[in-house]
Design a protein around this ligand. Sequence first.
Ligand SMILES: Cc1cc2nc3c(=O)[nH]c(=O)nc-3n(C[C@H](O)[C@H](O)[C@H](O)COP(=O)(O)OP(=O)(O)OC[C@H]3O[C@@H](n4cnc5c(N)ncnc54)[C@H](O)[C@@H]3O)c2cc1C
Ligand code: SF4
Length: 292
Amino acid sequence: MTTYARPGSVDEALELLLEDGAAVLAGGTDLAGQIDRGISAPGLLVDLQDTGLGGIAPDGKGLRVGAATTLADVAEHTLLAPYAAVTTAARLAASQLLRNQGTVGGNLCQHTRCWYYRGEEWNCWLGGGDTCFAQIGDHRKHNLEEGDCISAHPSDLAPALAVCGATVVVRALHGEREIPLLDLFRRPTADNRSLVTLERGELVVAVRLPAPPDASLYLRTGERQAFSFPLVSVAAARHGTALTVAAAGVANIPRAIDPADPLAGLPGHPQSAWKRQVLETLVERALVTLRT
Ligand SMILES: Cc1cc2nc3c(=O)[nH]c(=O)nc-3n(C[C@H](O)[C@H](O)[C@H](O)COP(=O)(O)OP(=O)(O)OC[C@H]3O[C@@H](n4cnc5c(N)ncnc54)[C@H](O)[C@@H]3O)c2cc1C
Ligand code: SF4
């Protein structure tokens, strides 16, 4: 049985999240699918909608984006206009209906779309089993790394926020910590299959952005222009003459890319090798645009 709680403050939510089987419910656009497919079976849903975690506000020379801010707000908010990579990524994610409901925290913490992981009939390695079916079956949309799991994280926002220098504010009852955006993610290991570095009882409460870069952009390929998960995406930003690049779809988790050698550490598998060419092309296109 699943029970539902709608706490009126972050502290109340954090108390509830310490209960066995508690899960954060933000917009529910990913969590509902996880529950439907049996990937997650929370005993307690902790709904964030009354915790005051939404909203975008000035923060020093940058901005603070609440974890419960919707993707639609990120795409359209005037304060975010100087962070073109971020607004473009939010605008390209999912569909308008999903952007109206899905939140920043949920987008970063969403689970992989690997079809074996999502399929009710499989219990793959990432889901706690002992076989990565993608490595013996169909994996044309999977990543370019070697490892126990070759799934790719689907967040459009993550690489875009990362190149703009974002940090993630994580809160627990005992205190708060702030980490570089890419440090929210981890490669799964045999003893911990999670893709995020959150501990039990921790909540993403905000993303902080420093002063905007001089220029930034976000490019992605998907099966369709709209309402289609990114297959390979590249975000890039220029601070003065320094260029920062990050990508998603090419590794378990969003990762930094060396602009001088985009394919470093990404050997690829026969069926996903096409992504190497796409990655190189997107990085080249991004760098040419930012340098002009
Ligand atoms: C059909 C479809 C197409 C999509 N296409 C895209 C796409 O093109 N690009 C893209 O980037 N995404 C895409 N998505 C994913 C979508 O963006 C996410 O489902 C959405 O952003 C999740 O936000 P949410 O608030 O609904 O999260 P929820 O579903 O509520 O939560 C998702 C996960 O994150 C956890 N969580 C949520 N908030 C927090 C928090 N503050 N702290 C800690 N944990 C938290 C939840 O416990 C859950 O495990 C698509 C989804 C669907 C269903
Ligand atoms: S790629 Fe990862 S998520 Fe997909 S089947 Fe293999 S272990 Fe599971």
